[in-house]
Design a protein around this ligand. Structure first.
Ligand SMILES: Nc1nc2c(ncn2[C@@H]2O[C@H](COP(=O)(O)OP(=O)(O)OP(=O)(O)O)[C@@H](O)[C@H]2O)c(=O)[nH]1
Ligand SMILES: [Zn+2]
Length: 227
């Protein structure tokens, strides 16, 4: 679906930060971008269409949309999709990144553990509940710690597969920190495995993405993988 003219589309398009543009380009170039199409829709138009589609789904299931508990459900889902659980599809919402020069010449590992997130499985659109661990060896740049959590959350707010989420966080930090020496590990419970289908309530999935020294050096990898 195309908007009427390119100019009209651009009017609705917020300016992206330099960091968001760099990260988006790096993901496209590495083949790790989420498969997306440019349908030219504004967030308001997306909300309206999703709301309308969910009215259809709810009534097709035979539920009564005039019931006061259900009446607002299509609105709630549309709002949740666009503004909350899939908001990471919109690079205009990429977190403001604070990167500072490594004047203190830190060269030992910076590691952030137990970053909690929820995401959504792109095969079934149900919850993924996970913890991420992220580390890097500073080169010329140091990143504000909370920005690591925000980057994890941003990419989690998309329909995802865990392997891609892990790699997207890796490439994003490599791009912003200008070093290959980054590592990401995620442990997550997939509700498409737990709450439906095979109905396994106890399994979890571990994925790891390693760059530079984290891949090449047993010692660095060991230090990252240890708690
Ligand atoms: N590799 C990977 N697979 C995932 C992830 N999330 C869900 N899946 C799997 O995607 C697969 C989709 O398989 P299908 O056979 O097409 O779907 P299905 O019939 O609903 O499969 P079941 O879940 O086995 O009932 C399932 O095996 C899911 O467990 C993920 O993050 N990574
Ligand atoms: Zn799934």
């Amino acid at each position: 679906m195309k908007a009427n003219t390119a100019e009209q589309t651009n009017l609705h398009r917020p300016v992206l930060s330099d960091a968001a543009i760099k990260v988006r380009d790096a993901l496209i170039n590495s083949g790790l971008e989420t498969p997306m199409i440019d349908n030219g829709l504004t967030n308001e138009e997306k909300y309206q269409r999703i709301k309308h589609s969910f009215e259809d789904i709810v009534t097709t299931l035979g539920l009564d949309l005039s019931d006061d508990s259900l009446a607002e459900t299509p609105h709630r889902i549309a709002k949740m999709y666009v503004k909350e659980i899939f908001s990471g599809l919109d690079y205009a919402l990429f977190p403001k990144i604070t990167v500072i020069e490594n004047k203190m010449q830190v060269d030992e590992m910076v590691k952030v553990s137990d970053i909690s997130f929820t995401s959504t499985c792109e095969h079934h659109f149900v919850t993924i509940d996970g913890l991420a661990k992220v580390a890097y060896l500073p080169k010329t740049k140091i990143i504000g710690l909370s920005k690591i959590n925000r980057i994890v959350r941003f990419f989690a707010q998309r329909p995802q597969v865990q392997e891609r989420l892990t790699q997207q966080i890796l490439v994003t930090l490599q791009t912003l920190l200008e070093t290959d020496n980054v590592a990401v590990s995620i442990s997550a419970v997939h509700y498409c495995v737990k709450a439906r289908g095979v109905m396994d309530a106890s399994s979890s999935t571990q994925t790891t993405a390693l760059g530079g020294l984290f891949k090449r050096s047993d010692k660095t990898r060991g230090e990252f993988l240890a708690r």
